[in-house]
Ligand binder design. Structure first.
Ligand SMILES: [Zn+2]
Length: 316
């Protein structure tokens, strides 16, 4: 016999309603932020300046004149040639990511303008399988570099990646060589390449195009490295210094030329392009002598800006 009996059923858990919240919490300073306000502030927390991860469509709005982006190679899609399967089938993962993000791959490439300067822009998207670099990402980057070279207009790559895509095995790793060798051609031709590192830029992307920019800019607080801090900590069995692998740490150690907030990014790019096009390396100002310069390997690199950056007011 039961000593006690519950006369009535207790409170029933209410079904969670699928209502998009208008508010969110900053994971760094725990401030509650109104989402619309965050959007107006370029997805930067106004309290702690944390730069939230954003999609490629947001970068287009932030950086490009009139938000105009003429995308190319948008329809190239990955093939599951290894019939790879871990927790999920790779083929299913691609389908899910496409449905979730509305994109065919983890990078978008196209033409745009920044303060009137024609550019080729590549934007990686972390929300597509962790921004991993498979054969399609590598191919799209390579083709974007070709466009930049053909038209002799600056290239910008905004990186956000967990590294090479393991589901494509060695083919992912081959993209490191493919993109790096293309960038070497671009460099020899004296065409400017600006690499922008966002949170996170790691693995094979760091080991290839992300670190090969003539100018390397990083967003504040972005995690930038090859292996992640947890793996390094486990391997060396030591505690890591504070701020390890963050953008500011990498700036101090020479892996970036400047840490630039999202609010100032477009202005800073203008400054770089103005310098490159009005300076001695402009093809027009040298009466077409640039080709001759690039033939001679002892000529200095066509674009060095590091010293100039140090003279700029300090980044916040
Ligand atoms: Zn915050």
């Amino acid at each position: 016999m039961d000593w006690f009996k519950r006369a009535k059923e207790g409170l029933k858990p209410q079904k969670k309603r699928d209502m998009p919240s208008l508010w969110m919490k900053c994971e760094v300073c725990e401030e509650i932020i109104y989402k619309k306000e965050l959007e107006r502030n370029f997805y930067v927390c106004s309290t702690c300046q944390r730069h939230f991860r954003i999609q490629s469509s947001e970068y287009i709005k932030i950086l490009l004149d009139d938000e105009k982006f003429e995308e190319f190679n948008a329809n190239i899609t990955s093939v599951d040639f290894l019939k790879f399967r871990a927790n999920k089938k790779y083929a299913d993962q691609i389908k899910e990511a496409t449905k979730k993000t509305g994109m065919n791959e983890a990078i978008r490439t196209g033409f745009g303008k920044i303060y009137g300067h024609d550019i080729v822009l590549c934007i990686m998207d972390f929300s597509f399988i962790g921004g991993s670099m498979g054969s399609v990402v590598g191919e799209k980057v390579a083709r974007a570099i070709d466009e930049s070279l053909k038209r002799r207009i600056p290239l910008i790559i905004i990186s956000a990646s967990g590294g090479a895509r393991m589901m494509e095995g060695a083919l992912s790793l081959m993209q490191l060589a493919k993109t790096s060798s293309r960038l070497a051609r671009l460099s020899e031709a004296g065409v400017l390449y600006v690499s922008i590192l966002t949170d996170p830029t790691t693995g094979g992307v760091t080991a290839s195009y992300a670190m090969l920019g003539d100018v390397i800019l990083a967003e504040p607080g972005a995690l930038i490295g090859f292996a992640g801090p947890r793996v390094i900590k486990q391997t060396i069995g030591q505690d890591l210094p504070e701020g390890f692998q963050r953008a500011e740490f990498q700036l101090k150690h020479g892996f970036a030329d400047a840490v630039v907030s999202r609010h100032e990014m477009k202005e800073k790019l203008k400054l770089i392009f103005d310098f490159a096009t009005d300076g001695p390396f402009n093809k027009d100002s040298t009466n077409g002598e640039l080709e001759q310069h690039t033939e001679q390997s002892e000529q200095p690199k066509p674009f060095t800006v590091v010293e100039d950056f140090e003279k700029l007011p300090s980044e916040n």
